[in-house]
Design a protein around this ligand. Structure first.
Ligand code: MP5
Length: 211
């Protein structure tokens, strides 16, 4: 199996992860400000969790995959600084508590950490590929949100995702890991990615009701 086969086998799940009213309204500018803020705060927390996951994945990666994973680790630390700068510009704080969806994603990363390496590298590829496609669907983005659309649609980011796909293909090609587990991990990523968009949209009205 190759990583890209998973996209073809599960088009509906993948569509759920990469197309969403959150992204449509980000493109046309109708997104409620609070929904965007909710996403920003929660994604910052997610990226912190992802950094820890990537660091541990790098530690057990085979030699040919170390380059792409080491580059990704530096990029993700850089990205935390980028989030902090964007939040400062908007006058927002970032020290929010994890929403249950963000917490569920963190626990899923912990599960992948216990999985064999081919499962974990495929999961990392899937979650990065999801962001590449999701933000691509929001392009060019309303001017208020354009820096975010650009961040996940650059040729460099697409190149990184392609590098992860190569690493995943190499790992999957070695065999030795049950295909069902790889497939299940892919579907778990697709599902929690959809939940993440859903969380951001539902967070805003919920917070208004509570205030
Ligand atoms: C990514 C992300 C991509 N930032 N948030 C979610 C919920 N899924 C995937 O990771 P990165 O490091 O921002 O490219």
């Amino acid at each position: 199996m190759r990583a890209a086969d998973l996209l073809l086998r599960h088009p509906e799940a993948w569509r759920g992860a990469t197309r969403h009213p959150f992204l449509d309204s980000l493109r046309d500018g109708t997104l409620p400000q609070e929904a965007f803020e909710a996403w920003l705060g929660q994604d910052y927390l997610f990226v912190g969790d992802l950094l820890a996951f990537q660091a541990r994945l790098l530690a057990r990666a085979p030699r040919p995959a170390q380059g792409v994973l080491a580059g990704g680790l530096v990029a993700v630390e850089d990205e935390l600084g980028w989030f902090e700068a964007r939040a400062r510009e908007r006058g927002l704080g970032l020290a929010e508590a994890r929403h249950p969806t963000t917490e569920a994603y963190r626990r899923l990363l912990d599960v992948f950490e216990e999985d064999p390496y081919p499962v974990a590298i495929t999961a990392l590829w899937a979650l990065e590929r999801a962001y590449l496609e999701a933000w691509g669907s929001a392009a060019p983005g309303h001017p208020d949100y354009r820096p975010f659309v650009e961040h996940w649609t650059t040729p460099e980011f697409a190149g990184y995702v392609a590098g992860l796909e190569e690493a995943a293909d190499a790992a999957l090609g070695d065999g030795g890991v049950p295909e069902e587990r790889v497939e299940a991990a892919f579907l778990e990523v697709a599902s929690v990615e959809r939940d993440f968009w859903e969380m951001a949209l539902s967070y805003a009205p919920a917070r208004r009701l509570g205030s």
